[in-house]
Design a binder for this molecule. Structure first.
Ligand SMILES: NC(=O)c1ccc[n+]([C@@H]2O[C@H](COP(=O)([O-])OP(=O)(O)OC[C@H]3O[C@@H](n4cnc5c(N)ncnc54)[C@H](O)[C@@H]3O)[C@@H](O)[C@H]2O)c1
Length: 333
């Protein structure tokens, strides 16, 4: 039995806490939302993010970070990546011992192109980090909270650590975890697929069908692989759970908020209008900005990502951008 501090009690933080509690670990969950933490402690529910769900009574909620970190062996971060740096800075101030960091958030920092593991090593003092593992793969909180069969990967540069976290989260009934030793591939796969999910939503909102979506997923994977490999990932990782697996689940499901936001844009809303109607984080927007700049810097061709960037940030009409994609020079597959 381990003690785990979960930072972020939204959809994914709550669903992962359910698994850890089912596995008989001590789960202390932290969020800055008082109402949410009161609800978790008093009603054992999370009506804001996961309506109709029940959380185990053994999960304890905190709004006091120091309390939430007390005695922890593992810290699991599950907050939107745009607040990750400031949250980690607070964690560092309130942490007085060494822990393993596990991250389940998906995104890249737009101006630095940093992955969450890199941000952790920048914000947390070296004597407080035993190591870092990314927990990522095809997984919707809405299904995990109902204990539906789900398979993900625990990725680290340190395979022993990945295997420790694999065992911590694995549940024989509904949550299978593979270990992986390609951290760059896992983190980039999980972040870049959200851009393709936005594109999948846009084409659905425009009324295109299965042919278009299949083409988008296939060609999307090609450009995800190009950037990831140039950044140091192993090519095969992009063909695993954290690459194609996560891409398929996100680009084909109504549960995906990136898909939902894209759908609204395809339906005629602009980015601000689409985001205003979402209660949950849409990571693909920031990741698109990051991937666009990163690909330009590394001289990697990513036509779909560039097209999504044009729609989101240059306010181009999706139909015009698609026309340009279709008219590019013909080439070998
Ligand atoms: N929801 C899923 O199914 C799912 C699956 C896999 C990965 N993820 C990733 O997990 C991350 C979180 O997603 P989510 O769906 O849980 O988001 P969410 O919007 O449901 O919840 C985010 C939570 O973070 C909290 N938060 C925000 N700022 C904070 C701060 N400064 N300090 C403490 N808490 C803060 C919010 O109050 C909220 O409870 C994202 O990167 C997402 O891509 C989500």
């Amino acid at each position: 039995m381990s003690t785990i501090s979960v930072i972020g009690a939204g959809s994914w933080g709550s669903a992962l806490s359910l698994i850890l509690a089912d596995n008989k670990h001590i789960v202390n969950i932290y969020d800055l939302d008082d109402n949410l933490i009161n609800e978790i402690n008093n009603n054992h529910t999370n009506g804001k993010y996961l309506p109709n769900s029940k959380l185990p009574h053994s999960i304890t909620g905190y709004t006091d970070l120091k309390q939430a970190l007390k005695g922890s062996e593992v810290i699991l971060t599950v907050v939107p990546t745009k607040v990750m740096r400031s949250v980690l800075c607070n964690v560092n101030t309130n942490l007085d011992h060494e822990v393993i960091f596990v991250n389940a958030s998906k995104g890249i920092e737009p101006d630095t192109f940093k992955r969450v593991s890199e941000i952790v090593y920048e914000e947390i003092e070296a004597n407080k980090i035993k190591g870092f593992v990314a927990l990522t793969g095809p997984s919707h909180a809405e299904e995990v909270i109902q204990r539906m069969l789900t398979v993900v990967s625990a990725a680290s540069d340190d395979l022993d650590l990945a295997q420790f976290i694999q065992k911590l989260f694995n549940n024989d009934e509904y949550f299978r975890v593979y270990a992986l030793n390609d951290l760059i591939g896992a983190e980039l796969g999980g972040s870049l697929k959200n851009i393709i999910a936005l594109a999948a939503g846009i084409i659905s909102g425009l009324g295109y069908g299965d042919n278009t979506r299949a083409a988008l997923i296939t060609r999307g994977l090609v450009e995800m692989r190009r950037l990831a490999v140039k950044a140091g990932a192993k090519e095969e990782t992009l063909f695993g759970l954290t690459g194609i697996g996560d891409l398929v689940v996100t680009a084909t499901s109504i549960h995906s908020r990136n898909f939902q936001a894209g759908y609204k844009i395809g339906n005629g809303k602009n980015l601000q209008e689409a985001l205003a109607s979402m209660t949950m984080v849409v990571e693909g927007v920031r990741s698109c900005e990051a991937a666009y700049k990163y690909a330009k810097e590394l001289d990697v061709d990513m036509p779909i990502t560039f097209a999504v960037y044009d729609v989101l940030f240059n306010k181009r009409e999706p139909r015009d951008v698609i026309k340009e994609l279709m008219c590019r020079t013909l080439k070998l597959e």
